[in-house]
Design a protein around this ligand. Sequence first.
Ligand SMILES: Cc1cc2nc3c(=O)[nH]c(=O)nc-3n(C[C@H](O)[C@H](O)[C@H](O)COP(=O)(O)OP(=O)(O)OC[C@H]3O[C@@H](n4cnc5c(N)ncnc54)[C@H](O)[C@@H]3O)c2cc1C
Length: 507
Amino acid sequence: MLQSAFSQQAPFASCLQAKIGSLTNILYAPTNPSYAPTLQEFIKNSRFNQTTTPKPNYIVTPSTYAHVQAIVICANASNIQIKIRSGGHDYEGISYTSIESSFIVLDMFNLRNISVNVGLRLAYVQAGAQMGELYYNIWKASNKLAFPGGVCPTMGVGGHISGGGYGAMLRKYGLTVDNVVDAEMVDVNGRILDRKSMGEDLFWAIRGGGGASFGVILSYTVKLVDVPEIVTVFRVERVLEENATDLVNRWQYIAPVIDNRLFIRLLVQPVTVKPNGKTIRASFIAMFLGNSQELLGVTDKEFPELGVNKNDASEMSWIESVLYLANFDNKTKPEILLNRHSDTVGFGKRKSDYFQTPVPKAGLDLIFKKMMELGKIGFVWNPYGGVMAQIPSSATPFPHRAGFLWKMQYSINWKDAELEKDYLNQARSLYDFMTPYASKSPRGAFLNYRDIDIGVNHNGANSYAEGKVYGEKYFLGNFDRLVKIKTAVDPQNFFRNEQSIPTFSAR
Ligand SMILES: Cc1cc2nc3c(=O)[nH]c(=O)nc-3n(C[C@H](O)[C@H](O)[C@H](O)COP(=O)(O)OP(=O)(O)OC[C@H]3O[C@@H](n4cnc5c(N)ncnc54)[C@H](O)[C@@H]3O)c2cc1C
């Protein structure tokens, strides 16, 4: 593991001061009373907000691009690791913790300008903005345009987009990264690059390969997509005693091939209901880009077993569907998207899998039995198909396209720190149990559902070999291209983390 000596911290601060003058409100050392609140403000997983959690030597909060350039140059000159944080949603906290003994957190929250150009159908958004702020600004400018990003409004643009984020419109419009047309970033030499100056290879890499391996993303320019003035949502829930297993079984054959305006997410979790006790509840939560009559036309024809009816289907605007999918109640106004702390933070663990073939019904029975035994772990299946199957798997680093039917998120949350051991075990145990059904050779995983169980890079002599272990799961056949680009743009592996793209040569 690379380590920077403690004595190298002073050069970083003095280097930064020499370059930008006063460091007030830019650099926070642990002795600064604002250090802890600044660090904690965007910690979104309490597992990494403990006294034992490794803490940065400094937090830096740039408010201009020149500050970011100076921070990169000075950190590189001082040989100290930078962790880049935009929204802090990384499931393993790697944007603000480290396995290295010295590191700096570069927090992007001051860089969050957004401008929307309806005529050009483009939005420019800085990395420190949150996705909800982007959605709000688009909606304010036009009620017929949208962006196909993820459901949690407080995610940062920097991590969410660079990691290949997806949301409820992915079957119609693909991923965030399929709708990015330009980017600005600071490279290892402190230069500001845009698409033209960085070249198509690097531009390809930062659309799904994770920004943090390549530089500091400053902004993305994204293409806006058409949405009808009315969209429709529904939520249908069934337990085992109401034929949930049959419905989940049918979902596997229908959700990835149905009309691409319809996204039916499936949540499965163990619950206790009277009078039968423990059971499994399957929740089908959907968003349709059209009105309820059109929706019912599709579901009645393609998925009649689900029994969606007029009362289940609620018509609303796209921005209201953003609030609905983020679980706000129906009285909540879109302005909540401007509240950067609208979420509640607890403890959590996520893992991921991809499926290329449906699970046999007997397999579903076994999985549900196992989940009831484990007690708490649930999962979310997000259907693919639609344009996801038409975009070539090498078009962006995100490789899970044609042939991948859906993605699975293993999901467990808790409020009491003492539950951690049991709940991590539940997540890992269900993951092991799913081995026969999940994708293979290699078993796929989703970068934005960061999971350090699938491999950690210590960035030492085995860096490439270690990187290949998780890198091929996240990127399949695109991994080596990412390594090649990384080797060309950051040969000394300055931009590194526990799961970054390694260089071909050991550092
Ligand atoms: C509640 C919740 C809901 C979620 N829902 C979805 C969803 O619907 N769809 C989906 O795709 N994902 C979802 N995610 C996952 C989310 O997309 C990722 O965690 C994403 O990385 C978050 O980005 P961030 O900027 O908030 O995270 P951060 O923790 O700030 O960063 C995550 C990673 O990106 C790097 N990074 C951040 N900013 C920059 C930058 N400016 N330049 C270079 N590298 C940078 C970090 O160093 C780190 O490696 C969800 C996560 C949570 C916690």
